[in-house]
Design a binder for this molecule. Sequence first.
Ligand code: DX5
Ligand code: ZN
Length: 223
Amino acid sequence: MSHIIAPSLLAADFTRLQQELQMFEESEAQWLHLDVMDGVFVPNISFGANIISQLRPLSKKIFDVHLMIENPSHYIPSFAKSGADIISFHAEATNHVHRTIYQIKDLGLKAGVALNPHTPISLIENVLEDVDLVVLMSVNPGFGGQKFIYNTLQKIKVLQEIKNERNLTFDIEIDGGVGLQNAEKILQAGATVLVAGSSVFKSETPKETIQRLKQVGLGNLNF
Ligand code: DX5
Ligand code: ZN
């Protein structure tokens, strides 16, 4: 199966959100990645559920909400209401990872767990049967436009091995510093979803960039 491209709205031009959403809608990207930051879990503040619910009518595609916030379980109901299809929270942000996964699933959504670059896969080994998505951060969360941390490739391989051994089907999403220069290596390691912020929205031809990211690994790269 071909991989999923999830442009991250964080890198979009917020004075032209409607046009950015239209570009996304017309593109081959399947998910819109929405980065929620609280200024506590990460050293930056982005946007919340109110913005997401205003964007919801502009797209029929999957809204992939990435919560970089403390106390995620307190806010999950409002993000579910805002029209999220997938909600991911950080394993480092709660003592109750299993409970939080089922809080999301009980609201009828897909549940993801995210890990910071330094956090080992072993932290979530006992919930891999329960998740729909694992988000591996390939930059320190908080900002777009950072450099890909190459050690992430090793983490993807570790996760992919466990996934194969146990015959699991969760998606592996790589978030941060992803673009045409490293997409192939990331996919070869086992990723199934590529988040692309700056590489898409800062590109002069975002739709074409998305198309190229989708073609990576299909053997018909034409650039
Ligand atoms: C970082 C966010 C990422 C970010 C990716 O905290 O979680 O989703 O927007 O942006 P780029 O692709 O520019 O690294
Ligand atoms: Zn993200």
